[in-house]
Design a protein around this ligand. Structure first.
Ligand code: PMP
Length: 371
């Protein structure tokens, strides 16, 4: 037997034949495929991080603060700026919100349990779910006649009542479609779910258009509700790997049962705290990115394509004859976007004005033959 066959014979049966998460990491001039913030960390924050990491380095003979209390305090203070007070005890964090989601599934999913999500949504939700031995059920987002990718509240409630899942994923603003949920839908799904954990993934919350309230405002007296966030997007800290959540302190406490001790390294905590101490500066680019996002929607519509209005830092657009052919043609012109597997659609991240121009110019040249 060759090594691959030997490994396959040992592998969990439910993992055999699966493919790993694989957004291409290619060296291209214009990388607009993973919804990062294109702007580098500002110099003054780089200096603050460097100083903080230097101090941290001297103490690396010791384990980090297992409770990352100071960081949780900083995250709580940041969330409280939204107008909804959030306490340190309500906050949990991990190496990216992916790890925070993993902790949730480890604690509240598992063999014999089911999670429901409404696709197309974030592709890691089913992967994290099944990794923990939890069954994944693909719910439907839309109903005929409604906006193609809007989550229909009545349909979602019906699916929740019928399936009686243990975990429900909502994603707002939704990746890859870009649209945010209204809070009535979140409340309706939460109430229909009766005994289930309801996760609202708000990775892109800071980019939402005005009048889009966060599910943070719903947390009081709802111990089954969790809101996850990340520093990877608006905060321009994808490489720092820091995601977090807000929930009832009792729920946060349950996550201590599944996390590995000391899961957030001392440098990770130091870097994230330095970024949070400069929150306004780190978030300075959000408005520029939102302008580019809106520019993409306007320009693509003008080209005769079908962009979905977005509350995030990316735009899903349809109207392509063959999305993979267009994806490759854009790459040939040095522009990397994302093929999210929806026929005739691609997703593009809103970058700097120059990157957006490069993307729009490349696409405009293709549209006559690709649309
Ligand atoms: N949730 C959503 C909806 C995302 O799009 C992403 C990243 N693309 C994440 C969570 C995970 O981000 P991270 O692990 O970097 O916090």
């Amino acid at each position: 037997m060759d090594a691959r066959a030997t490994v396959d014979s040992m592998l969990r049966a439910d993992l055999r034949g699966r493919t790993a998460y694989g957004a291409p990491q290619l060296d291209v001039a214009v990388a607009l495929n993973t919804n990062e913030n294109s702007y580098p960390v500002p110099d003054v924050v780089v200096e603050a991080m460097t100083r903080a990491v230097e101090v941290a380095a001297r103490g690396l003979n010791r384990y980090p603060d297992r409770e990352f209390t100071a960081l949780r305090g900083d995250l709580a203070a940041y969330l409280s700026r939204s107008g909804t007070p959030v306490t340190t005890e309500q906050v949990w964090a991990g190496n990216g919100s992916n790890e925070v989601l993993l902790h949730l599934l480890q604690a509240f999913g598992g063999p014999g349990r089911t999670a429901l999500g409404f696709t197309p949504a974030y592709s890691m939700h089913p992967i994290i779910t099944t990794t923990t031995g939890t069954a994944w059920v693909d719910g439907m987002r839309g109903v005929a006649g409604a906006g193609a990718f809007d989550l229909d509240a009545a349909s979602a409630v019906g699916q929740v009542r019928q399936l009686r899942p243990d975990v429900v994923f909502l994603c707002s603003p939704n990746n890859p479609t870009g649209t945010a949920l209204d809070l009535d839908t979140v409340v309706a799904v939460h109430d229909a779910a009766e005994h289930a954990l309801v996760v609202v993934d708000e990775a892109y919350a800071e980019f939402a258009r005005p009048g889009t309230p966060s599910a943070l405002t719903l947390l009081a007296d709802r111990p089954r509700l969790v809101v996850t966030r990340t520093m990877s997007k608006a905060f321009a800290l994808a490489g720092g790997r820091l995601g977090y959540l807000a929930a009832d302190p009792a729920l946060v406490d349950a996550l201590r049962l599944v996390r590995m001790p000391y899961h957030l390294s001392t440098p990770t905590q130091a870097v994230a705290r330095a970024a949070l101490a400069h929150a306004d500066l780190m978030l300075d680019t959000v408005d520029v990115v939102k302008d580019q996002r809106d520019r993409i929607v306007t320009e693509l519509a003008r080209m005769g394509l079908d962009p979905v209005p977005s509350d995030a830092n990316f735009v899903l657009f349809g109207g392509l004859a063959d999305s993979h052919v267009t994806w490759q043609a854009l790459l040939d012109r040095g522009v990397l976007v994302r093929d999210v597997g929806i026929p005739h659609y691609l997703r593009v991240t809103a970058g700097t004005p120059e990157e957006t121009t490069a993307f729009l110019d490349a696409l405009a040249a293709l549209v006559p033959t690709h649309a």
